[in-house]
Design a protein around this ligand. Structure first.
Ligand SMILES: Nc1ncnc2c1ncn2[C@@H]1O[C@H](COP(=O)(O)OP(=O)(O)OP(=O)(O)O)[C@@H](O)[C@H]1O
Length: 507
């Protein structure tokens, strides 16, 4: 049969790393094709080749039987290939309409007219269920709305094939449902979607076919209707996903106490507004909520990088509301930040340097002010093995790693220093199912050993799988605090929109 799009025998090397080796991908017209595989399997590399961002060392791309030579994204766009990256490429101070129109049509072939543009965009919005106010500035939009702008931008440029790179990683469950409605409308209208995801449930729900990559090679392609989730998991990571081992709750004394805490945000006076809660040793407290409801400001105040306006923070009995970061770390606090690019890693440094930061001055790695590099290398190789970090060795530059592997470095560093309390923010975002399971088990093991874990996550599956209690943040306040047994996805969803006590009664 003839395919809409065919990538044939693609090979791409980065130095000694073979990111894609003889990869074949065949996409049918009007299908949703999931591209899956463990972190570092080569998915983004393959899609960057398709989008003209990278040139393959070997291999060919065919679109409707015609060979394409894609030297830049501009070439890909002109051939009807669009891409929505995980990190949006929008100008925050410009409006939605301006972001969509800028740079297109290319090279000023003819000027776009506002009225025509608005009419065309409104037509897309109705047809594909993409509601966004066109005159609003990007910086005032939610993540889900920004993603819609990116999709509209691709459609406006005539995309027939749209690549969505982990599009649900930062969406709320409601936004994910809305995105899936859009994807279905696109498919009904003859568009073809390539969907990268680590989330099994979503892959099963939205895709028609699935191709898995592993270690840069094609594992195979299947029809979604003909396989079970367990079979797809095996294609992704080459083995079954193990059940989590969660010991009975043995919560002890209070590890972290937050009382009447107020923290200012960058643009909001009270991002955290008189919030109080306790986290005990041996307990995981999940913080659920739509992003932007005070999670960032709360965690920054807890680790000591954002000032407390009023209220208290006590860590293991000591008042730390005004203590520095180092002082809190010395008390046994570890932090997995949500923004791995900005806060979590020094991208120019190598993996080993990133792994030992923070423990470089204590034995066994630190020795009277000196760093024992042989020990550091040995320790790093061990962490690389345990967390399944895909890299040639510990000397590789951290910035060259795939997104999920960067995340694993941060988690490995933070959890390896035997913390007594962990603030884990989106700890498995972008991480493959095998490594997610490992990270989840590590958090449960810290809990079993009497550690306290504050789990801040937008992923309700993760919150429900790990937490003993769940606090839902809404507008900087607790709209609900639930024991795990009383919580369900639907109930949490309602609290996330501030529906408060009525949610409990209606559920
Ligand atoms: N610019 C680069 N320089 C060196 N190595 C690179 C570069 N880009 C990617 N790699 C390597 O290529 C391999 C494939 O990476 P890629 O980003 O394609 O994986 P992925 O399947 O998208 O992973 P993830 O699920 O974590 O996003 C990885 O081993 C990565 O470290």
């Amino acid at each position: 049969m003839s395919y809409e799009l065919e990538l044939k025998n693609i090979t791409k090397r980065f130095g000694s790393v073979v990111a894609n080796q003889d990869v074949n991908l065949q996409i049918e017209a009007g299908e949703v094709h999931a591209l899956v595989g463990e972190n570092g399997a080569g998915k983004s590399t393959l899609m960057n080749i398709l989008y003209g961002l990278l040139q393959p060392d070997e291999g060919e791309i065919f679109f409707r039987g015609e060979r394409l030579h894609l030297k830049s994204p501009q070439d890909a766009i002109e051939r009807g290939i669009g891409m929505v990256h995980q990190h949006f490429m929008l100008a925050p101070s410009m409006t939605v309409a301006e972001n969509i129109a800028v740079g297109w049509p290319p090279r000023g072939k003819f000027a776009w007219k506002n009225a025509d543009l608005a009419r065309e965009l409104e037509a897309f919005q109705t047809l594909f269920e993409l509601p966004v106010p066109l005159e609003t500035r990007i910086r005032d939009l939610s993540v889900g709305q920004m993603q819609r702008v990116e999709i509209m931008k691709s459609l406006y440029r005539g995309a027939k094939i749209i690549v969505l790179d982990e599009p649900t990683a930062t969406l709320t469950p409601q936004e994910t449902d809305e995105l899936f409605r859009t994807i279905r409308r696109l498919r009904e209208n003859g568009h073809t979607i390539i969907f990268i995801s680590h989330r099994l449930r979503e892959i099963m729900e939205i895709s028609d076919r699935i191709t898995a990559l592993r270690s840069g090679r094609t594992v195979g392609t299947v029809r979604t209707a003909e396989v079970t989730p367990a079979e797809v998991a095996r294609m992704m990571i080459g083995r079954d996903v193990a059940e989590l081992k969660k010991a009975p709750l043995q919560a002890a004394e209070t590890a972290l106490e937050v009382s009447e805490l107020c923290v200012a945000g960058d643009s909001r006076a009270a991002a955290v507004d008189r919030l109080s809660f306790q986290l005990r040793r041996g307990e995981i407290l999940g913080i659920a909520g739509v992003e932007g409801n005070g999670q960032t400001e709360l965690t920054e105040a807890l680790i000591g990088v954002r000032p407390v306006q009023s209220g208290g923070i006590t860590l293991f009995g000591g008042d730390v509301a005004r203590a520095g970061v180092r002082q809190r770390m010395d008390l046994g606090l570890a932090h997995i930040p949500q923004d791995r690019m900005r806060e979590g890693l020094a991208l120019e440094l190598n993996i080993m340097e990133n792994l030992v930061v923070g423990t470089h001055d204590v034995p066994p790695i630190g020795n009277r002010g000196l760093i024992r590099w042989r020990k550091a290398a040995q320790w790093s190789r061990d962490a690389i093995g345990r967390f399944g970090i895909k890299t040639p060795d510990e000397q590789e530059r951290a910035g060259n790693l795939s997104g999920g592997n960067m995340q694993k470095i941060i988690v490995a560093r933070e959890l390896s220093r035997s913390p007594r309390a962990v603030i884990a923010c989106q700890p498995t975002r972008g991480v493959d199912i095998g490594a997610s399971e490992y990270i989840h088990q590590q958090l449960l093991d810290i809990r079993a050993a009497g550690g306290a874990v504050l789990l801040v996550s937008a992923d309700l599956d993760e919150i429900l799988a790990l937490s003993d209690r769940i606090l839902v943040l809404f507008n900087g306040r607790a709209s609900g605090v639930l024991d795990r047994e009383d919580a369900s996805e639907a109930l949490l969803g309602r609290y996330m929109f501030g529906l408060g006590e009525e949610a409990r009664h209606e559920a």
